[in-house]
Ligand binder design. Structure first.
Ligand code: 4AD
Ligand code: MG
Length: 502
């Protein structure tokens, strides 16, 4: 290895070049390698760090957002690398040695590597800029064909180019917020000593009992094996009928009955044909499950959890949140602050029905005890009556899942839903039925086969304990925090009826 190469690798700086050093003797080819070595070894700085970093020589890499040419022989480039919302401005003189080769290619969408000096900006709109000394284009993006030119695009159009939409301001900001929320979810539970549990994606049980499951099979669908006219699942990959999970709750309960407090955070799947701005066929759910918690403890945890996440994102994604507040929903920051400051309203399902019945509003769906609350009812209660998040609890037994604990009256179960203004349901949870006989009866009443759930019943046979949990829809959370109207725009690759291409 050459002396200068060694020096570069160990200290990051080249040795001093003196008149009589051998580097000078090897002359141009070696100096050329020295130069190349410097560029390669110089560490790329992310734009987020540049904006708060020291002035001096830097190397930046990213995608050109805009380019403007001045008459004075300069190009102004706005570069973004996703590390933060802001771009860095680069000023490239047309006299740069690489400019004639690369300059024309540095158009919107192209990917570039730029070395230069970070200095205080002389122009308005940014504190710092880079005066380029070396430019390289990794990948051009021809103006005639690159779809994301400067004009504003609709979210519908951007959904059709899901491979390019992360390069827009909105989707960059959504992804950073989503990322932070995922981190904060883990932080919240880890700080409380909950264990992170991975529950299976392929399952044989329908947690919600709604039969809205995607089947998983390797059988030949055009000619499946049959016995007595029915498909013979013993010949299928798992030897029985399997589906994608709708919830990790039942498995979560197994681990809560041994480790006390656990949480899952994973993908869940629902084959419900709901073409709304709140439903996905594949979404991520956070599901804590806690031994020794009753319904009050469950509601308290849910409220603390939501408040923690909203505060965290306002603190750690301030720049992105400013953007949402300016461009997507001008009330979003006020809304979030309001929620973190106030107690959630808690009311029984029965009281909720009374509130709806005494209103003068006309609803499309009937308001009657025993019927499910519809989105229009939930929104009326959160937006018009209470003007804040509410937790509705003690729902009628017949409209809720088999695993929820029956109240003494025998008519309601210890279920709770957290409802947010502008969104509706974000959390569904309950205290679980821990009594073997009561659970068995509820299963039979709801026409579930107890034999299929023998292990779930076993938890009530051996060391049963009062316990509770809930599920929070992660995309609904991201949607609420960002003010984005459609849930398809807060997940990288939305899966909805008739849409799974990319
Ligand atoms: O109310 P759900 O169906 O509750 C359960 O699955 C329970 N097993 C959770 C538990 O107790 N561990 O769903 C929980 C949440 C909803 O409140 C909603 O936020 C979200 O999951 N969710 C959806 N999000 C997007 N698209 C869908 N199709 C959703 N269905 C439910
Ligand atoms: Mg629900």
């Amino acid at each position: 290895m050459e002396r200068w190469e060694k020096s570069l690798l160990t200290t990051g700086t080249p040795p001093k070049i003196s008149e009589n050093s051998f580097i000078v003797n090897e002359k141009s080819s070696c100096q050329c390698r020295l130069q190349q070595g410097l560029t390669e070894l110089m560490k790329r700085t992310k734009i987020k760090d540049l904006l708060h970093g020291e002035e001096g020589e830097v190397l930046v890499k990213g995608w050109v957002r805009t380019r403007r040419d001045s008459k004075g022989g300069f190009s102004f480039l706005e570069i973004n690398d996703g590390s933060c919302f802001a771009n860095i401005q680069v000023v490239a003189e047309h006299t740069l040695p690489d400019y004639s080769a690369n300059g024309k290619q540095m158009t919107t969408g192209s990917c570039v590597s730029i070395r230069g000096n970070l200095v205080a900006s002389q122009g308005k709109g940014q504190a710092k800029e880079i005066q380029a000394t070396e430019i390289e284009v990794y990948g051009p993006a021809p103006v005639e064909t690159y779809p994301l030119q400067k004009k504003k695009h609709s979210f519908e159009f951007l959904r059709e180019i899901a491979h390019l939409r992360p390069r827009t301001n909105t989707f960059g900001a959504v992804m950073r917020v989503r990322n932070r929320l995922a981190f904060a979810i883990h932080q919240f539970f880890q700080d409380k000593g909950f264990l992170y549990l991975n529950t299976p994606i392929v399952t044989t049980s329908d947690c919600e009992g709604a039969g809205e499951m995607f089947q998983v099979t390797t059988l030949d669908l055009s000619n499946p094996p049959r016995v007595d006219g029915k498909i013979d699942y013993s010949k299928d990959f798992f030897g029985e009928r399997t589906s994608l999970t709708v919830s990790g709750q039942l498995e979560g309960e197994i681990y809560a009955m041994a480790l006390s407090e656990v949480y899952t955070f994973g993908p869940t799947f629902r084959a419900e044909n709901s073409n709304t701005s709140r439903h996905l066929a594949e979404f991520w759910m956070v599901e804590p499950e806690m031994a020794f918690y009753d319904l009050d403890d469950d509601m308290e945890l849910a409220e603390e959890f939501i408040k923690y996440l909203l505060s965290d994102v306002m603190e750690h994604c301030a720049e992105d949140m400013e953007f949402f507040n300016k461009r997507i929903d001008t009330t979003i920051l006020d809304t979030l602050r309001n929620i973190t400051d106030k107690e959630f309203e808690r009311l029984t399902y029965t009281d909720a029905i009374h509130q709806l019945q005494k209103s003068t509003e006309t609803f499309t769906y009937p308001v009657e005890w025993g019927f499910a609350l519809q989105a229009e009812h939930e929104r009326y209660l959160t937006e018009k009556v209470f003007k804040k998040p509410i937790i509705v609890f003690n729902y009628p037994e017949q409209i809720k899942s088999f695993y929820m604990k029956l109240n003494e009256c025998g008519e309601t179960v210890r279920a709770m839903d957290v409802l947010l203004p502008n969104l509706g349901e974000i959390i569904g949870g309950s205290q679980r039925e821990e009594n073997y006989d009561v659970l068995l009866k509820r299963m039979r009443d709801k026409e579930l086969d107890p034999e299929e759930y023998w292990w779930y019943l076993d938890l009530r046979k051996f060391g049963s304990a009062p316990h509770s949990g809930f599920g929070l829809g992660f995309e609904r959370l991201v949607q609420f925090v960002t003010g984005m109207e459609n849930i398809r725009d807060v997940i990288p690759f939305p899966r909805t009826p008739k849409h799974a291409k990319f």
